[in-house]
Design a protein around this ligand. Structure first.
Ligand SMILES: *[C@@H]1O[C@H](CO)[C@@H](O)[C@H](O)[C@H]1NC(C)=O
Ligand SMILES: *[C@@H]1O[C@H](CO)[C@@H](O)[C@H](O)[C@H]1NC(C)=O
Length: 207
């Protein structure tokens, strides 16, 4: 497995990155985050690389790569998700799934157990309407049927939107009242940046 993970840029504040001696680790294969499950693999992050054009105000280019100190073991609980090919675009009406430990309601706590929900891809028009000057269809995906009550929410950010076994999106932002649709980072728009950055990291640390 490539020791790299895709994550949202704002999961790490610039302050956290700059703080010397602060170590960040990822936990793979977790279900209940309050327990030390046998399936969990905790790996140190050696480098966090936010997208150079990430804008914390607009959430443009909300994507980050994490380089892990060692390779993950592939198990029943930890496996590889494919990146999309450029041609395999998501289309309105497609049903995808997203998972996370986020809030299940506006006033409720974060979830202790991982939860998953199926959500429908929306037309770009829908998010142009709901997020007027923010939504950018070239780098973002509009997700979640506004007539339904399911959605990703606070605490789910950074989670993968999986369509046909491909990681097509990353939970980015939504409305304060949790109503769909929400905006996801469109991974297929960043394939060149991902490839370029991984090449660069390999040159820095050949192994
Ligand atoms: C992968 O498995 C080996 C052998 O059991 C173990 O030593 C190693 O720590 C595991 N790696 C992770 C990331 O848990
Ligand atoms: C939410 O978390 C707080 C602090 O951990 C706890 O006191 C409270 O009981 C929790 N509320 C619910 C509804 O679980």
């Amino acid at each position: 497995m490539q020791p790299l993970l895709l994550l949202l840029a704002f999961l790490l504040s610039p302050k956290a990155e700059a703080a010397p001696g602060l170590s960040i680790s990822v936990t793979l294969g977790a279900h209940n985050i309050l327990e030390q499950e046998k399936t969990q693999q905790v790996i140190l992050v050696t480098r966090a690389i936010p997208h150079p054009d990430y804008n914390p105000d607009t959430k443009a280019n909300d994507i980050m790569l994490l380089q892990l100190k060692k390779k993950a073991n592939l198990t029943a609980a930890v496996r590889i998700l494919s990146l999309p090919r450029r041609i395999a675009q998501v289309k309105p009406g497609m049903v995808c799934s997203v998972a996370g430990w986020g809030r299940q309601g506006v006033t409720t706590n974060l979830s202790v157990r991982l939860r998953e929900v199926e959500l429908e891809i929306q037309s770009d028009k829908q998010c142009n309407f709901h997020y007027k000057d923010l939504y950018d269809s070239t780098t973002q995906i509009c997700v979640g049927n506004p007539t339904k009550i399911q959605n990703s929410f606070k605490g789910d950010s950074g989670g993968p939107l999986v369509c046909n076994n491909m990681a097509q999106g990353i939970v980015s932002y939504g409305k304060k009242d949790a109503r769909p649709p929400s905006v996801y980072t469109r991974i297929s728009s960043f394939l060149k940046w991902i490839a370029r950055t991984m090449r660069y990291l390999k040159l820095q640390r050949p192994n």
